[in-house]
Design a protein around this ligand. Structure first.
Ligand code: NAD
Length: 441
């Protein structure tokens, strides 16, 4: 079976490499020539644990994985073509921007030469896969191709394991032939008894948005509870623990923090709200999740100004962690960006450090701030602390878990920690002379 991934981004490249690991010949296509050249040289264009090894294995040893910018070449004798292009939020409205999906659909339509199945793996609003079918039908009879919705649930930072050992695979299609081909494709997962959910195309599309927005709701909910805990003197960590033990609730995604970011939750919550409104459904819960998260991204700044006042001129803040979560260099919608912008606008200087995301983070800020040294990206976590008035922990990379307090004391001007991930023990920090402020405790 020959597979094509159209869009060699996070999802396309990881899925392509993992399908090669399952033993399938896979071609990844991207319109970005420099990206393809980089990958061909053996370098993964983003940080993802295990990806470099997998790329080397399947490009050089098994030769099951190849790359091209030509969809026409890739589609020669292809059996399944996955659409894995981005579906970001539109700038003005909150609906998903599907322009890349439509471009790819027209191109696929021109290049179908033998029967193949076209699969939307990108996260797309309900109705999109059927529109893709209509586009392709303008060029080729529906007997010669099938369409399937097969959303992807991998998480950045653990993407390979998530892909190879998913909780479930969702296959939405109306065609028995397409479903059989998809089930053949995912047969390697039978060994680990992965549930395969067969459903209609519409249901499959909704499952993806509903899953992401449910997880976002859990985060929004616990952040709301964190505010309540601060107001009444409770501890959100213990509340989450007490709740999460209940199997009906579950402990995952119940961590109070600086708000969710990343390439999926923010845009997917916005997109499902838009879809609901368009369908005449009032998205009350989801609206609240979205608003709550915008607010949460300002929470750390509120804590800082409560201590230092609204004018932060002359103060230096060390920011540890920039990516939206550990294990990735993805800066999309990262809460660190909101915080750093607020700090600098309030007159502060920022010394930031992330073990892998410094390079991506630079792109998010004004060059003037960097040249005037209002914002400095540091080579290690301790140099970010030099002469700082406070440390703000934003992303909970493992390396930040147990810092040397003697080094902190030696380097920092004020012993002050704003802990956006509740990583440190407040009593321990206070007993060591630090001012400590976490989230919701
Ligand atoms: P991405 O931005 O990393 O990659 C998209 C790629 O598509 C880019 O490399 C781009 O150059 C390429 N592309 C755009 N138009 C093209 C065209 N016409 N022809 C060929 N290539 C084209 O995006 P991503 O993070 O991989 O996300 C892809 C989709 O998967 C989105 O819908 C996203 O919501 C969904 N998703 C993402 C994740 C994740 O963790 N990143 C997880 C699950 C689902």
């Amino acid at each position: 079976m020959k597979l094509v991934m159209v869009g060699a981004g996070y999802v396309g490249l990881v899925s392509g490499a993992c399908f090669a690991e399952f033993g399938f010949e896979t071609v990844c296509v991207d319109k970005d020539k420099s990206r393809i050249e980089k990958i061909e040289k053996g370098s993964c264009p983003f940080f993802e644990p295990g990806m470099d090894d997998l790329l080397i294995k399947h490009t050089q040893k098994t030769k099951l994985l190849s790359f091209t910018t030509s969809l026409a070449d890739a589609m020669q004798n292809a059996n399944i073509v996955f659409i894995t292009v981005g579906t970001p939020s539109r700038r003005i409205e909150d609906e998903a921007d599907l322009s890349a999906i439509w471009d790819v659909s027209h191109e696929i339509a021109k290049n179908i030469k033998n029967y193949c199945v076209i699969v939307t793996k990108s996260t797309v609003p309900v109705g999109t896969t059927k529109k893709i079918k209509k586009i392709i039908e303008t060029k080729i009879s529906s007997e010669n191709f099938g369409v399937v919705s097969n959303p992807e649930f991998l998480r950045e930072g653990s993407a390979i394991n998530d892909f190879m050992r998913p909780d479930r695979v969702v296959i939405g299609t109306e065609s028995k032939k397409s479903e059989k081909l998809m089930r053949d494709l995912y047969r390697p997962l039978n060994l680990i008894e992965t549930p395969i959910v067969s459903t209609t195309i519409e249901t499959s599309e909704v499952i993806k948005y509903a899953s992401n927005s449910f997880l976002a709701t859990k985060i929004g909910f616990i952040n709301q509870v964190a505010d309540l805990c601060e107001a009444v003197g409770a501890n959100v960590q213990d509340v989450a623990k007490g709740m999460g033990i209940d199997k009906r609730i579950g402990a995952k995604f119940l961590h109070a923090g600086p708000g969710f970011g990343g390439s999926c939750f923010p845009k997917d919550v916005k997109a499902i709200i838009h879809t609901a409104k368009k369908a005449g459904v009032e998205p009350m819960v989801l609206d609240a999740v979205e608003k709550r998260n915008q607010r949460q991204k300002e929470r750390m700044f509120d804590h800082i100004t409560s201590k230092y006042g609204s004018d932060l001129s002359g103060l230096i803040f060390a920011v540890w962690g920039l990516s939206f979560k550990p294990g990735t260099d993805d800066m999309r919608e990262a809460p660190s960006v909101v915080l750093i912008k607020s700090l600098i606008k309030a007159g502060a200087r920022v010394q930031a450090f992330d073990p892998v995301a410094n390079e991506e983070a630079v792109k998010k800020f004004s060059k003037d701030w960097i040249s005037s040294r209002k914002l400095t990206f540091c080579d290690d976590n301790y140099s970010a602390l030099e002469n700082s008035n406070a440390l703000v922990l934003i992303t909970e990379w493992k390396m930040f878990r147990n810092p040397s307090l003697s080094k902190l004391k030696e380097l920092m001007k004020n012993l002050c920690i704003f802990d956006g991930r509740n990583q440190y023990d407040p009593a321990y920090m206070r007993s060591n002379g630090f001012y400590y402020k976490g989230i919701g405790r």
